[in-house]
Design a protein around this ligand. Structure first.
Ligand SMILES: Cc1cc2nc3c(=O)[nH]c(=O)nc-3n(C[C@H](O)[C@H](O)[C@H](O)COP(=O)(O)OP(=O)(O)OC[C@H]3O[C@@H](n4cnc5c(N)ncnc54)[C@H](O)[C@@H]3O)c2cc1C
Length: 462
């Protein structure tokens, strides 16, 4: 019997409030409840709480504090790996809090803590609006936005965290607050890009944009053409006349021979260029012409409604075991493309499922005076690599390959890492500018001096 069992059996106001919403290690439901979206993560918390209301979150935070436990909010568990084992921690899974309210006139969405991006994207699209969603349909809106949020619309509109109007949270002391630019501005600043160290967010209010369609898709080539395709793609991203409306990704894909993958591409390897354009498609066609001249074996570019963007990147729509990590690149000269192709392409020592270079810059790279803790992204490209990890041997092989790739790209490393693409424990000082990091530490020290709120990328107190 766990330490918490006796406690939950004793009459206590907070324990009573969580009745039916708390799972302990000796409960049959524990094994399923403790799972993260990344099934390779082995988290074993002291208890798991599934709040249904803001009051449940308050009760969970106070219950944890009363019994010397820390509390780790989790939306989906996409970035659960760096959280660690979670001993002496209550895992607070927000998946039952998924309400979404769209204000079509004010062009905002109020989104509860457990909502995933596809929920919001579809709700917004029904009013002719778009959200700054990430590539995946089931990444959590809150975790993504607290880390910054790089969308395929990001070069045009900037970081998702810079388009947050207000945030509702429960503090480490169990206080429920609504913070915005006028109310508790320090906390509002910290939560927009500073990650999940400052409280349990219960809801967030986001700006939406009047975009209904995009011109988007992929150009596919055999993996052997990695060199010429990625050099041509690099030249496109370096064009002075490249519009912010166009975002592209250069990527190697090694698709496993599993039934979930369409038969035509199952078990094969490709180099692909993905393109996402909001605006007149002919402008994108002009930009993509040199890549088309290389003769892709498949060209899927088409005008699509906004929700289609949540599926185009082919992120898995359900939990999977994976080993992934990212790296930010300040620049990508031709030698960097050579190194990338040598290490991640056809000749890679171990074929990862996906290795991508996302072009950033545009509005993502412009600092805003009213920004949060992450004002902008000071990198031109994001590298993200992931391998399937159904068994420890494959996880180790994938991790070894990702480490080798990151090592190979060190000469072009950007000054700061981006929190959302860091899936292994990362030096927090590397995630923000020195000023922003100092301010985050001071805010952490004044709002959670005992470090009760546990985040995957924790900000230590000053
Ligand atoms: C397949 C895939 C695709 C991705 N695509 C993109 C992309 O296009 N752009 C991008 O920017 N990122 C992307 N990411 C990264 C993603 O944004 C991060 O992994 C993010 O942390 C996921 O949030 P989550 O809530 O789903 O994950 P979780 O693992 O549940 O949460 C991560 C952390 O967020 C914090 N958190 C979550 N909920 C709360 C809450 N209610 N209160 C306080 N803190 C909270 C906690 O610190 C938690 O440890 C992708 C990741 C994957 C695996």
């Amino acid at each position: 019997m766990s330490h918490l069992t006796t406690i939950t059996q004793r009459p206590s106001r907070h324990a009573a409030a969580l009745h039916g919403k708390i799972v302990l290690p000796e409960h049959g439901a524990y094994e399923v409840s403790r799972r993260a979206w990344n099934l390779a993560v082995d988290q074993r918390p002291a208890a798991i709480v599934f709040p249904e209301t803001t009051q449940d979150v308050v009760s969970a935070v106070l219950f944890a504090a009363q019994h010397g436990q820390r509390i780790a909010p989790q939306g989906t568990g996409h970035n659960a790996d760096p959280l660690g084992g979670l001993e002496d921690t209550i895992l607070l899974k927000t998946e039952r809090m998924r309400e979404i309210a769209i204000d079509p006139v004010g062009r905002t969405a109020r989104v509860q803590a457990g909502a995933v991006w596809l929920d919001v994207v579809e709700a917004a699209a029904s009013y002719g609006l778009a959200a700054l969603a990430g590539s995946s349909p089931d990444v959590g809106v809150i975790g993504y936005t607290l880390g910054g949020g790089v969308s395929f619309l990001g070069r045009r509109y900037g970081l998702a965290s810079n388009h947050v109007r207000a945030i509702e949270l429960v503090t480490a002391e169990g206080q429920h607050l609504r913070v915005d630019a006028e109310h508790q501005p320090d906390m509002f600043w910290a939560l927009r890009g500073g990650g999940g160290s400052f409280g349990v967010v219960t809801a967030i209010e986001l700006e939406l944009f009047p975009v209904t369609r995009a011109y988007a898709g992929h150009l596919w080539y055999p993996i052997e053409r990695g060199d010429e395709v990625l050099h041509t793609w690099r030249e496109l991203t370096a064009r002075r006349d490249l519009p912010d409306e166009l975002t592209t990704v250069g990527r190697f894909l090694n698709l496993p021979p599993v039934p979930e993958i369409p038969e035509a591409i199952r078990g094969q390897s490709f180099v692909i260029v993905e393109a996402y354009h909001v605006g007149d498609p002919t402008h994108a066609d002009d930009m993509l012409a040199p890549l088309r001249r290389l003769g892709p074996i498949n060209d899927t570019m088409a005008e699509v409604p906004m929700p289609a963007l949540s599926h185009l990147h082919m992120d898995p729509p359900q939990p999977v075991p994976g080993a992934g990590d990212g790296m930010m690149l300040a620049e990508l000269p031709p030698e960097a493309v050579n190194r990338f192709v040598e290490t991640a392409g056809e000749q890679a020592a171990f074929p990862l499922l996906s290795v991508e270079l996302r072009h950033l810059e545009g509005e993502l790279g412009r600092r805003r005076v009213d920004s949060g803790a992450l004002a902008s992204i000071d990198a031109a490209y994001a590298l993200y690599a992931v391998g399937m990890a159904p068994v420890p041997e494959l996880e180790l092989a994938a991790r070894t390959q990702i480490t080798a790739l990151k090592q190979a790209m060190v000469p072009w490393k950007a000054p700061h890492m981006y929190l959302n693409f860091a899936e292994t424990p990362t030096d927090p000082a590397s995630l923000w500018t020195a000023d922003a990091y100092d301010r985050l530490r001071r805010i952490k020290a004044s709002t959670d001096p005992d470090d009760r709120i546990r985040s995957n990328h924790p900000v230590p107190s000053a």
